[in-house]
Design a protein around this ligand. Structure first.
Ligand code: ADP
Ligand code: ZN
Length: 745
């Protein structure tokens, strides 16, 4: 027998499978990992297929050295998925196969943990009789009794009842009364999330209706749903019930969340409800724990998996359901190679494995909603909050008027008043400021010089002294002391402008002296469980106001919050990205949805310099439909996704000239293709060849060639050709080719 092996190396010369001979006594199956001789070294690989014959010269075919596990690490369905993803991303199979395994598994870095076990080699009655007859060694007798009892078989457990049992065990084994062996033991991670019991709700009418559509699909060939429910409509309960049903049917479920650290409530609820059949995959697991959770899933011992985007590749047995919660979040797109969109992978897996897909959100992505309208997903709508709680009342504050009235602070008069009242009533408030730090830029009043990062074309942000009093670059982390005089003109009028979360924190402290507040942003959530500590501080009521970046907008459920303030709604609206309107609408609607989730009604104050912008209005009235129609029309007019694919070549080089030259070269090649192939001419729209949002990043000069592709039968081939173009060596310039890139900076 022979087998084709994908070697775990990413290199263009090693992209196709290699043939090896399977030694006589060895039995192997596709998906199994093996050690093979490769050149002069030993490498790991995955078996792609088996064959009885081999076209190669026998003498050149080498033997498989040994299997790395006695099971297929990548089950058949995931092997096929990896194959398809490699084709679509035009990348080597070794690269997509890596997604299917815990990183720690590769390279033999993680060892299977074992424990010594003892089992009887004689009937239990006989063992008890021997224990009775045993006069000389009480240890021997005790061990026999415990083993006969059948509850204990780990040596470590025996040792807690019998002191130093080793010698007695050895003798019993030598007399063939017991068998000693080693057994694998799994490191089940302790939960730092705690577990909440199932609150046992009576379903609302909206929840019932949604489930009536979903549940029948779980038994059959699966269905595709977009669950669109306003914030607080109880979407979680809908998919939890679907998970429950999936388990009852003997199948497994995967729940994807945007970020585990930001969903502690859901995770603990989920733990309490499903107990040990649940696996939680998060970044705080040790490599050993992560590997063992993966094995519990692979063996079918864990049948519900909750995790961030990479959990979509979990080797769940008999997959019945995948839920993507907050499906509009951009964290579902991976930004390193090989790039993938977890929602697309989920859709693909569900189709392959006859499983049901539920995408859930209060603000679905334009792409998903467009698909639902086309009939690709069944749209389930929950337009009312649980218990008919009202959506929060929204007030829009024009910050230009505040300026005219002489208010130069970040808090409008209205927000100050409402915040004070809210706290006085003993309720809680959340304030969104989508930028961290204190001041966003530092500039010279005399000559206009702005302090920029030495590595990036970005202004430096000032962080308060209690942080470290430094200027920081939010792109590369570079820090420097603020200048006392202008490095350009030597002037003394260095001034600080713009605001971030730290400034908001300071102003709230001035407004509400003695009232404890908490701040949640990148700077405060660094340590172990940084998010958890802050969320707990707020949940317990110790902190009364939570100030934070978009982190605080994500699905949190704090019933005591009755006021949400958005400090600067325009911040995301002004980003140079075709999705900035969508992102702004989502952010505003989501954060507004944090208010009034308990018994008391909520209020939202949105501060903006552009109150007339329709996006602000749609978010204020939580009017998803109108926003969607408006945005959909705008995308069609401007030929943006989903009407086209936006693709770009990004060049990066230490030398500006080289980055420009490579981009120009790429543009010429595209134009050549357009001249020579009618399909290209019809389908490619060259948009620009210029600098992206950030001209210099981490010391590298950047250019991009931006195009729109009209989708058609030739699209795939064109993308393949462009991928090839990007792979051509370009000296010291790096070239990235991206389809619908996550960011346009
Ligand atoms: P969404 O995700 O749609 O914003 P959640 O799932 O977080 O909403 O539910 C909102 C709140 O309503 C939560 O506190 C949840 O515990 C509660 N809830 C959900 N379903 C019910 C129900 N059927 N009866 C009572 N309370 C419910
Ligand atoms: Zn920088």
């Amino acid at each position: 027998m022979y087998c084709q092996v994908i070697i775990d190396i990413v290199h263009e010369n090693v992209a196709s499978p290699f043939t090896y001979r399977i030694p006589e006594e060895m039995e192997l199956i596709p998906g199994q990992r093996v050690a093979v001789p490769f050149g002069r070294r030993e490498k790991e690989g995955i078996i792609l297929g088996l064959s009885e014959t081999c076209d190669l010269d026998e003498s050149r075919v080498k033997d498989i050295l040994r299997p790395l596990e006695d099971y297929a690490a990548v089950p058949a369905e995931l092997m096929e998925l990896a194959g398809q993803m490699a084709l679509e991303a035009h990348c080597p199979l070794a690269e997509t196969l890596r997604l299917m395994l815990p990183a720690q598994m590769r390279g033999g870095r993680i060892h299977v943990k074992t424990e010594k076990t003892a089992v009887l080699n004689v009937q239990a009655e006989k063992a008890l009789a021997m224990a009775e007859a045993e006069k000389r060694s009480p240890k021997r007798a005790a061990i026999l009794r415990m083993l006969a009892d059948g509850k204990v078989h780990m040596v470590s457990e025996l040792a807690s009842a019998v002191k130093e049992p080793r010698e007695a065990l050895r003798k019993l084994a030598a007399d063939e009364i017991i068998l000693l062996s080693e057994e694998e033991s799994l490191r089940v991670p302790g939960s730092s999330f705690g577990s909440l019991q199932n609150p046992g709700f009576t379903l609302t009418a909206g929840q019932r209706e949604a489930l009536d559509e979903i549940l029948p699909c779980l038994t059959g060939k699966g269905g595709r749903f977009l669950l669109h429910g306003v914030t607080g409509s109880g979407k979680t309960e809908v998919f939890m019930a679907a998970v429950q049903e999936t388990l009852t049917l003997g199948k497994s479920a995967i729940i994807l969340v945007p970020e585990i650290a930001l969903t502690p409530q859901m995770v603990s609820w989920f733990r309490g409800r499903f107990g040990p059949v649940a696996a939680v995959i998060h970044s705080r697991l040790s490599p050993g724990e992560r590997f063992d959770e993966w094995r519990r899933i692979r063996r079918g011992e864990a049948r519900v998996v909750i995790g961030a985007r990479s959990a979509v590749f979990s080797p769940a047995r008999d997959l019945g359901l995948i839920v993507v919660d907050e499906e509009h979040e951009s964290t579902y797109m991976s930004d390193h190679h090989p790039r993938y969109d977890a929602r697309e992978v989920a859709l693909n897996r569900c189709a392959r494995e006859n499983a049901t897909l539920i995408l859930a959100s209060a603000t679905p992505s334009i792409l998903s909603f467009a698909r639902a309208r086309r009939g690709d997903y069944m749209l389930l709508e929950m337009p009312r909050r649980v218990k008919d709680r009202p959506l929060p009342e929204v007030e829009i504050v024009d910050m230009r008027e505040e300026l005219e009235n002489g208010n130069r602070t970040v808090l409008s008069a209205s927000l100050r008043r409402t915040l004070k009242e809210c706290v006085t009533r003993g309720e809680q408030a959340m304030l969104l400021m989508n930028r961290r730090g204190y001041n966003s830029f530092v500039s010279c009043r005399s000559c206009g010089y702005v302090v920029k990062c030495p590595n990036c074309d970005i202004s430096m942000t000032y962080h308060v002294a209690s942080n470290d009093g430094m200027l920081r670059c939010h792109y590369c982390g570079q820090a420097m002391r603020p200048p006392e005089t202008c490095p350009e003109c030597g002037g003394k009028y260095i001034r600080y402008f713009g605001a971030g979360t730290q400034k908001v924190e300071e102003e709230v402290a001035k407004l509400l002296p003695g009232i404890p507040t908490a701040r949640m942003d990148y700077d405060t959530t660094g340590g172990k469980d940084g998010h958890g500590k802050i969320l707990e501080e707020f949940r317990s009521g110790r902190a009364r106001v939570l100030i934070g970046t978009q982190m605080i907008a994500k699905g949190l459920d704090f019933p005591q919050v009755t006021l949400v303030g958005v400090i600067a709604a325009d911040m995301t609206l002004n980003l140079p990205d075709y999705r900035s309107r969508e992102r702004t609408f989502q952010l505003l609607t989501q954060v507004a949805g944090r208010a009034g989730r308990g018994e008391k009604p909520g209020k939202v104050i949105i501060q903006t310099y552009k109150p007339e912008d329709p996006v602000i209005g749609y978010a204020a009235s939580q009017d998803y439909r109108s926003f969607f129609e408006d945005e959909f029309r705008r995308r069609r007019r401007g030929l943006y996704p989903p009407f086209t694919l936006l693709v770009r070549f990004l060049t990066e080089s230490r030398s500006e000239e080289a980055a420009v030259r490579t981009a120009d070269q790429l543009e010429r090649e595209i134009r050549d293709m357009m001249e020579n192939h009618p399909a290209w001419q019809k389908k490619v729209l060259l948009v620009s060849n210029d600098t992206p949002g950030v001209k210099v990043l981490r010391g590298k000069n950047r250019r991009h060639v931006l195009m729109k592709l009209l989708v058609g039968p030739e699209t795939d081939e064109m993308i393949a050709a462009m991928t090839e173009l990007a792979r051509e060596p370009a000296g010291d310039t790096e070239v990235w080719f991206e389809v619908n890139p996550t960011t346009m900076i």
